[in-house]
Structure formats: structure tokens, C-alpha cells
Design a protein around this ligand. Structure first.
Ligand SMILES: *Cc1c(COP(=O)(O)O)cnc(C)c1O
Length: 457
């Protein structure tokens, strides 16, 4: 029975969703300037925009929220949260934040000075923006495999050690830390392997440079290590998480992903002095260190969500659901980046729109068609990658066509996935009619959130 998709939970509360009519969808899309970020949730039937903050909480979590001790200082919920984070990460100093980017703001502000370089496997969009905001420069040490969709890479998220060695040799006095991201969005939500983490640690040690983890989807990453990496099949995901983090000096996490809550985050550190510096910044930007920008009841929900997110029956179902959607999209005639990983399914967008060039925004076309045909919301945009070209010894800006079907955790059924597959069939049939899009508005910081587009006619 292991191959079935039956979830290890049942439904206790439901939320109504509806499909607007074809005419409504046409009007809504136009009024939204063809951006998924300008459409109301009420006008979406299946929302695959993001897996962030969209999870269904459990009865245990909802019940725990009634035990909120809303004290400004020293709430009991903080101590339960601290205990859960310590137990899972192995780091002593635990700092709550209201979400992942708030952790980036606090931690990076304490570590980065103007002119610094921050190498990583591939940086997430808010991560890049916060590094740049502190005057730093993000560099993505991913290899050519990021763009190679003809082959399956079990660990497409791996950093290329040759590129790391090159960057460390050339810039080591400008590098305050290396940042590793688990189940990496930009790498099609593919994990990073333990071997790669260990190798990064060895190289970093030679130059005495600390490593931090952007651990937003770390449980999914470690579950995929268990499934795919030799020597880890017999270990628990909790043990794998502890081992991976033992190679780092600290981590931060957006709890809106693998911790199964709608808001929250934290920084966890080994070094007390750095923790003190972060707490000073925390009071300025987030709040007192025993609540960090959250209601105390939220801390209680996180403490429980962290443990539920590590449950291996849940993780098995989750990863299988993502893979199932991948199979359905392929059956519909699209190509997806394989093997599928954690947060959702990534489309090889040129398999559906071979007639469009990068300039004609095939990702926007995919979003617009999925919405028009079935009120399904996905996101597609060119994503910048600061790639190191070893032959020329230069950092060059490349793009990764980011077209993601992100699946909210515990919220959707198998039949919902099948509906999305059916919409994709229709999109594939009609894709040749789409002439692409052009940008009419794109601000400098995190432009894809605010962009407006229009169809090329
Ligand atoms: C979501 C995410 C962030 C930012 O977290 P928010 O909670 O959305 O602020 C940072 N890094 C990665 C890899 C993420 O997935």
C-alpha cells in the first residue's frame, strides 16, 4: 500500500472555492495586468501561487493557539517554541521573527558590510534583495546542471565545489559567510545532498568562513536525502536534519513552509555574541526577543508544526503528491524538471511554448493560460542567477525561467491535482495561439511582485 497517495490525515474543516465563468476570467486577467500578484484569491479555483504560509494547520495547532500567553516578556509559548527549535536544530540561541525575510534582515544586518560577497548554491529572491540592501553581492555557485532539463539530477540544488573554490581563492577576505539553501526554489525545488554540504564545510574551513543555512524547506530536503542518498535510508529525517545543521554555524527558517504555519520564522545560532547582536537588531525591527514580531499563540503553533513537519508519513505523502502532479502535467504533454522535489512542480516552459523567446515572457504566458482555461493560479517569471563562468573568471547574470506549480501543504486532494492536469491539457492544445507578453511596469526591488504586463498582439 506504500504507493498509494492516501493522506495521513482527514478533513475536519472545509473552505469553499469556486470557478469564475470564462467571461469573468477574461476580465479579471485583463484588469490584473496579467500578473498573478494582482488577482484576488476569491477569483482563483486552485491556487498554486506559493507553498508559503498556505498550509492547513492541524487540530492540535488550532487547539494550541487557545493556549496563547500574550505576555510581552517571557511568555510560556516562547519557551516551548525555543525548546522545539533547539531540539530540532541543535543550536542554543533561538530568535523568533515574523517570517523568513525578517530573519534575513536581522541576521544579514549583523553580518554583511558594503562590498561583501555572499556565495551560495542559489539565493532566493528575498535573500538576494536583503543581501543587496546591506550593500552585499549575492553569487550563485550552481553548475550548468541548473539549465539541463534533459537529465535527471537527484540533487540539482548542489553547489559546484569547483566554483566555490574559485570564489574562495579570489575573494575570501570579502566573504563573511556562505549561505546554503535547502530544497531550493531556484533550482526547481531540488535538494542539496549531505555529501555536498560536507564538501562545502571542508572548503569553508580552509578559509575559516562560517556557513549558514536558509532552512525554509529543510525537512523536505532531508527527507529527499533519506530517499536518494546512499547511507541515509536507515536514518530518521530528524537525525538527518541534525547532521546537516551540525556542519553549519547557524540557520534561519521561514516557518511558513515546512513548519506548517501561516506566519512565523526564526534564527538559530551557535554563537552567543552573534545572537546578542541579532537580538539588538530584533528589538528595532521585529520586537522583544520572546515574541519577535508574532503573537505568542503563533509561537505555540510553530512549536507543534515543527514536529508535525518532521513526521515521515506526512513527508512521504507530501513528496508523492508533488511527484503525482508532475506525472499529470507530463501526461498532459508538458515537460517538467525532474525528478520533482519539495515545494512544487517546475515546468520546462519552452516545452509548451517553443515558439516564444525569453523576451516574450513564456512564464507569463503559462500563468495567463492556466488562469484563463481553469482559474488555476501559478507563477512564471525570469529569475536572475549570478552565475560564475569559470572559463572567463567572471560573474555573469543569467536567467532561469521560473514557472512553478507550488502546492500548499495538507490543503489539496488528489482530485484537485487531476483538475490541474486537465487544465494543462487544454493549455498545451492552445499554447501555439499565445503570442507572448511584454513588460509595461517593473520596479527595481523585487520587480516580479509588482510587475504589469500586456499581451503582444
Ligand atoms: C520563503 C523563503 C524565504 C523568505 O521567507 P518569507 O517567510 O517568505 O519571508 C527565504 N528563503 C527561502 C529559500 C524561502 O523559500
Amino acid at each position: 500500500m506504500r504507493r498509494t497517495l492516501a493522506p495521513p490525515f482527514r478533513i475536519k474543516v472545509v473552505e469553499a472555492i469556486r470557478i469564475p465563468s470564462r467571461e469573468e476570467r477574461e476580465r479579471i486577467l485583463k484588469e490584473a495586468h496579467y500578473s498573478p500578484f494582482r488577482i484576488r484569491s476569491e477569483d482563483v479555483y486552485i491556487d498554486l501561487l506559493t507553498d508559503s504560509g498556505t498550509a492547513a494547520m492541524s487540530d492540535e495547532q488550532w487547539a494550541a493557539m487557545m493556549r496563547g500567553d500574550e505576555a510581552y516578556v517571557g511568555s510560556k509559548n516562547y519557551y516551548r517554541f525555543e525548546e522545539a527549535v533547539r531540539e530540532i536544530t541543535g543550536f542554543e540561541h533561538v530568535i523568533p521573527t515574523h517570517q523568513g525575510r525578517a530573519a534575513e534582515n536581522v541576521l544579514f544586518g549583523a553580518l554583511i558590510k558594503p562590498g561583501d560577497i555572499i556565495p551560495g548554491n542559489t539565493h532566493f529572491d528575498t535573500t538576494r534583495a536583503h543581501i543587496a540592501d546591506k550593500g552585499g553581492k549575492p553569487i550563485d555557485l550552481i553548475g550548468e546542471w541548473l539549465w539541463d532539463f534533459d537529465h535527471e539530477y537527484p540533487f540539482r540544488g548542489n553547489l559546484d565545489p569547483a566554483r566555490l573554490e574559485y570564489v574562495l581563492r579570489k575573494y575570501h577576505d570579502k566573504i563573511p559567510f556562505i549561505l546554503l539553501t535547502g530544497v531550493n526554489n531556484v533550482a526547481a525545488s531540488s535538494p542539496i545532498s549531505m555529501e555536498n554540504i560536507r564538501e562545502t564545510r571542508e572548503l569553508a574551513e580552509r578559509y575559516d568562513i562560517p556557513i549558514f543555512f536558509d532552512a525554509c524547506r529543510f525537512f523536505e530536503n532531508c527527507y529527499l536525502i533519506k530517499m536518494r542518498e546512499a547511507g541515509y535510508g536507515g536514518k530518521s529525517v530528524a537525525e538527518i536534519v541534525r547532521e546537516a545543521l551540525s556542519y553549519a554555524d547557524g540557520c534561519y527558517m521561514s516557518c511558513k513552509k515546512d513548519a506548517l504555519v501561516n506566519i512565523g520564522g526564526f534564527i538559530a545560532l551557535g554563537d552567543e555574541k552573534l545572537a546578542e547582536r541579532c537580538k539588538e537588531r530584533l528589538v528595532l525591527y521585529e520586537g522583544f526577543p520572546t515574541y519577535g514580531g508574532l503573537a505568542r499563540r503563533d509561537l505555540e503553533a510553530i512549536a507543534i508544526g515543527l514536529r508535525e513537519g518532521l513526521d515521515e508519513r506526512y513527508l512521504e505523502w507530501r513528496v508523492r503528491q508533488v511527484a503525482y502532479l508532475g506525472e499529470l502535467l507530463e501526461r498532459a504533454g508538458a515537460r517538467v524538471i525532474k525528478p520533482t522535489g519539495g515545494s512544487g512542480v517546475f515546468l520546462d516552459v519552452y516545452s509548451v511554448y517553443p515558439h516564444l523567446s525569453e523576451k516574450e515572457l513564456p512564464g507569463v504566458a503559462a500563468f495567463a493560460d492556466m488562469y484563463l482555461e481553469g482559474a488555476v493560479r501559478i507563477v512564471g517569471a525570469p529569475f536572475p542567477v549570478d552565475f560564475v563562468d569559470l572559463d572567463r573568471g567572471e560573474v555573469e547574470r543569467r536567467t532561469f525561467e521560473f514557472v512553478r506549480f507550488a502546492i500548499p501543504r495538507r490543503a489539496l486532494t488528489k482530485a484537485h491535482m487531476e483538475y490541474v492536469g486537465a487544465v494543462m491539457e487544454r493549455v498545451v492544445e492552445r499554447a501555439h495561439l499565445n503570442k507572448g507578453f511584454r513588460v509595461v511596469y517593473w520596479p527595481e526591488i523585487l520587480g516580479h511582485f509588482f510587475a504589469r504586463y500586456e499581451p503582444i498582439s
